[in-house]
Design a binder for this molecule. Structure first.
Ligand code: SAH
Ligand code: SF4
Length: 384
């Protein structure tokens, strides 16, 4: 390897994706992480290796369309380039540790290990001919919502674009080997561990690769990002010019209650959040989804439903009600079925499009405390 190449690799190894992790540069991290590269960066990398630009497109085709796990499978590349890739680059950034299936078999949760040992979750949901992956954007989360299992872990670090893409690719491969006739992933929701808008630029690099025809080719409308409501991030999101869906985790219609559940509400109170959402809708003309985890005797009263209805009156929106998934050691309990029905009924009576996900007993979703129920409601309604 020449000194110039070493510098290039060292640049990648500088851990710029993961400012929150320790700067331990291992031999593996010195390798170019291919899934982290934009098409332009891939061309630059090929130039460093003395290769023409079209090789970049060939490599990306193997990565995104064929989802290969090793350069040796990139059969139309010259042997010398395959060797170079094998020596100096890395494709898979995630190692599956465990896999759990729900009792109905439609949901599969994978625990994945990152290079530095961090563990994250990704979930595949198969519903109504959709195959949706729920992707984590951070290892842990700094926001600390009081009812959320991830929030109680604190933030470990941001995920790189390749680590987000890798979760989708993991399940593309899973589908190919487990249900080869069913087709690949159709939708992605960034609703796993972490606050995606707190990892903004990595998030958008991943979203662009997911939506691009030269990348995973899913199309922007099939991608959804869920945020706790970071106002500057929502404003930036509105300017991105891609039709990626946005969901906002509201959980309470007034500041006094929301502050107790979602501490970041002190920084971005509901009035500021709603103003950002109005700007977003005005700019994009896109319907926004509000997520609302129903917690017994905390935020599930008819009076709060009325307050929600007033808050959302006239807004281009959809409400996704999710009975809370119980988290071990947490005082918060899922709402009662009848209270959820009343809450949903009030919103619907006031003209607000509302879906309510009914829990089907304890299985992996409850264990996860996070990932599925909120998504499934929208999936069944065909919203996502
Ligand atoms: N940080 C982002 C996205 C990840 S969390 C956000 O907060 O929106 C995705 C969703 O799961 C959020 O709506 C979050 O409030 C919700 N959630 C967290 N813990 C939950 C639980 N125990 N039961 C149900 N939903 C939960
Ligand atoms: Fe973070 Fe979202 Fe959990 Fe809140 S709900 S702690 S923002 S992952």
């Amino acid at each position: 390897m020449s000194p110039g190449e070493r510098r290039w690799l060292a640049f990648y190894a500088s851990n710029r994706w993961s400012r929150n992790s320790e700067l331990i540069v291992t031999e593996k991290q010195m390798r170019v992480r291919l899934l982290d590269l934009t098409p332009h960066e891939m061309e630059t990398q090929m130039a460093v290796w003395g290769q023409p630009a079209y090789r970049a497109r060939q490599v990306q085709h193997w990565l995104y369309k064929k989802q290969v796990s090793a350069p040796s499978e990139m059969s139309n590349l010259p042997a010398a380039l395959r060797d170079r890739l094998a020596e100096d680059s890395q494709i898979d950034l995630l190692v599956p540790v465990t896999e759990t299936a729900s009792s109905d078999g439609n949901t599969t949760k994978a625990l994945l290990r990152l290079d530095d040992g961090q563990l994250i979750e990704a979930v595949l949901m198969r519903y109504n001919r959709r195959r949706t992956v729920c992707v984590s954007s951070q290892a842990g989360c700094a926001i600390g919502c009081t009812f959320c299992a991830t929030g109680q872990m604190g933030l470990q670090r941001n995920l790189s674009p390749g680590e987000m893409l890798g979760q989708v690719i993991h399940f593309e491969r899973w589908l190919q080997s487990n249900t080869p006739d069913s087709g690949g992933i159709t939708n992605v929701v960034i609703m796993g561990m972490g606050e995606p808008l707190a990892n903004y630029s990595n998030l958008w690099r991943a979203l662009r690769a997911m939506s691009s025809p030269d990348g995973l080719g899913l199309g922007a409308r099939r991608l959804t990002v869920s945020t706790v409501g970071l106002v500057p991030g929502i404003d930036r999101f509105a300017e991105e010019g891609l039709q990626v869906n946005l969901a906002v985790s509201l959980h309470a219609p007034n500041d006094a209650l929301r502050e107790q559940l979602v501490p970041i509400n002190q920084r971005y109170p509901i009035a500021d959040l709603m103003a950002a959402i109005r700007r977003y809708i005005e700019r994009t003309h896109r319907r926004i989804t509000f997520e609302y985890a129903l917690m017994r005797d905390i935020n599930d009263s008819p009076a709060l439903a009325e307050e929600m209805a007033l808050l959302l009156q006239g807004l281009l929106c959809h409400v996704n009600l999710i009975p809370l998934n119980p988290v071990t050691g947490s005082p918060f309990q899922p709402t009662r079925r009848e209270d959820a029905d009343i809450f949903a009924g009030i919103l619907r009576d006031r003209g607000i499009v509302t879906s309510l996900r009914v829990r089907r007993g304890v299985d992996i979703n409850a264990g996860c405390g996070q990932l599925r129920a909120r998504v499934a409601g929208s999936l069944e309604k065909g919203v996502l």
